[in-house]
Design a protein around this ligand. Sequence first.
Ligand SMILES: NC(=O)c1ccc[n+]([C@@H]2O[C@H](COP(=O)([O-])OP(=O)(O)OC[C@H]3O[C@@H](n4cnc5c(N)ncnc54)[C@H](O)[C@@H]3O)[C@@H](O)[C@H]2O)c1
Length: 369
Amino acid sequence: MPPETIVELSRELRVELGDRSYPILIGPGLLGQPDRWAPLLRGRQVLLVTDSNVAPHYLDSARAALCGKSLDVVILPAGEAQKSMANLDSLMQRLAGLGASRDACVVALGGGVIGDLSGFAAACWMRGVPFLQLPTTLLAMVDSSVGGKTAINLPQGKNLVGAFHQPLAVVADTDTLATLPDRELRSGLAEVIKYGAITDAAFLDWLDQHRDALLARDAAALTEAIERSCRHKADIVARDETERGERALLNFGHSFGHAIEAIAGYGEVLHGEAVAIGMCMAARLAARLEMASGDDAERLSSLLQAFGLPTQRPANLAPEKLLDAMRLDKKNLSGRLRLILWRGAGRAEMVDGVESADILRAIAAAGAA
Ligand SMILES: NC(=O)c1ccc[n+]([C@@H]2O[C@H](COP(=O)([O-])OP(=O)(O)OC[C@H]3O[C@@H](n4cnc5c(N)ncnc54)[C@H](O)[C@@H]3O)[C@@H](O)[C@H]2O)c1
């Protein structure tokens, strides 16, 4: 890529959180430009965590960038099942083996699974050590690497054990998206569409207009989508770091989605796919409660389908079972379901105490694929 194109496709944003503020670097070739981010790692010991799909492509670059450090590398199998208590324990053991002190750093090279698990390990070790995100999936670049939510799953539900722990920096090398499977790219696009759905109707129009370019991985279109998504996320996180209010809007479609993932078995339905189905259910429920029109729900569903995302409930998933799983959602308070619905494109809203019967009808209306 010519140097002028690299410059044109490089972006830098900031998450403003006082003394925990940090940069988000977006651009081609960043893994090979450690001078732009490696100096942030002050300590001597580094635990680099990645997975078996990412390692063959990008581990050598990351390792080269970290030369001079006392480095231990953990390569986990790929997949959601790795966000487990057993792996948290094994990362703790590796940090102990490394003799990691309070200035040691945990580096996550991979998608949201690696980021969430290693971020939580960093949050736990000695009550919190520095942490760097090197996201390699679109989903991780636009969502999971930004904002400091870290977690592991329990058999009972997703992300039930976790902590807020902000990274030192997010370094999104967009060249890594070249090897991402198509299904994973589309899964990431579901979270991109979510930003439009919750706060930015014009972004939804832009996504509709640039659909072919995005699906063809056009570098300029992807960079713009990542930057706009990160800007939305960074702004919301800066105003509400620990989700006391507005940040919960980012969970549009997620109460349904997390329940779908848990029931289907982690990894069967991808996170973004579950969120796509969940956003359709939330939009349908909003229409049922007369908060928004049914046309809004149909438009969202058509856009998601045009991006190759699922919008219907998996065939083996009974509405009652899904509602039961939703009762474990972290947004619920005192046993009352709390959902993120919308008043139409770009206008998400938190709603308490929705009747179970209405939720069940909205789930049932999302057909069965
Ligand atoms: N912390 C947050 O705020 C937050 C937000 C959204 C989602 N999440 C979590 O993120 C996870 C989903 O993240 P994900 O979609 O990135 O999944 P993932 O980490 O499982 O990655 C998806 C797949 O792509 C592979 N992969 C990753 N990068 C690759 C590359 N460049 N080339 C080839 N293959 C590559 C991985 O090995 C994996 O098989 C879920 O656990 C979800 O709960 C967290």
